[in-house]
Design a binder for this molecule. Sequence first.
Ligand code: P1T
Length: 381
Amino acid sequence: MKFATKAIHAGVEPDPSTGAIMTPIFQTSTYVQEGIGKHKGYEYSRTKNPTRTPLEKNIAALENGQFGLCFASGMAATDAVLKLLKPGDEMVVCNDLYGGTYRIMTKVFEIFGLKAHFVDMNEPALLEQYINPNTKLIWVETPTNPLLNLIDIQEVAKISQKHNILLCVDNTFATPYLQNPLDLGADIVMHSMTKYLGGHSDVVMGALVVNQEELYQKLAFIQNACGAVPSPHDCFLMLRGIKTLHVRMDRHSQNGEAVAKFLNENPKVDKVYWIGLPNHQNHDIARKQMRGFGGMVSFTLKGDKIEDAIRVMESFEVFALGESLGGVESICTHPATMTHGSIPKAQREANGLKDTLIRLSVGIEDAQDLIEDLRQAIDKI
Ligand code: P1T
């Protein structure tokens, strides 16, 4: 099956008791058993729920994987991956990444004895120097949040396989429509489904997809033992959102291109970060491992004054100011104070993330309206 057909049908069957084409919301915590050990595959909804099961099959199919697991948030999915490790283990992590991922690794799991090395993965060969016998996980986010760096998944996978280390790729920005990390050698794909997969800014959810049965069993154990599972209602909303993922992503990419080109030619704009621009430092990697460029665009203004950046962000009429991304509506975020505030300023700046950076999640409104909104906001400075 091709992607668009999988997005709508994979894992989803008409309800056998009624023929309902949409998966029912099985709002139940438990299931009546006919006798001890005699049940229809469902015992308790933390372990399994019939609205969640089709969704887990669907996200697995979209990632060309065997097994999917859904969690109450993207962070809960990340938490489950980190719980595969034990005290004394180390991980090598890309240095530009979602602030919450940095925070859980440093502020939560460091206390339990895990050590994270945050490194620039532009040159994958260089990450080998951080690998030692305790290294158990390589964590890659690509494209990265918020600087839209690209990491060559195949090159990193060669290193992870050589050293027998798990490779987890956070595929939130790309979505399975634009990139499939398992096909490129990753062991685990992680998603914040809150973003493009849900697509309507109304659900918080995460997912993991794997191919190896043993790894799936370990993660399914953690999912059930720790219990950060999504509600049946949220699973229904997520299944509904995913049905239009391919259509939305095409429009996000088109609008992303229009916005990036406008910003690139605006005399008051300094640097534009969009992976589809031929002058993007890793544009060749985008062409190699992705099928499109998406709608995430970051930029800085000439003169690099924080008051100018704030003026622009507060002047938008169509772009909403807030956290999150990937919804149908355009959102503008100030990473330094919002999504990446938990990364110390010195470290943020060492990674190239300035306090003046503006991040746009370009929605699927009319592209001309978005450009006019950017023009009037930038004209205010
Ligand atoms: O918010 P949650 O569903 O828990 O997902 C966390 C997460 C993980 N990975 C990436 C790349 C992310 O961008 C996020 C969440 N990010 C935002 C809320 C944001 O505005 O960047």
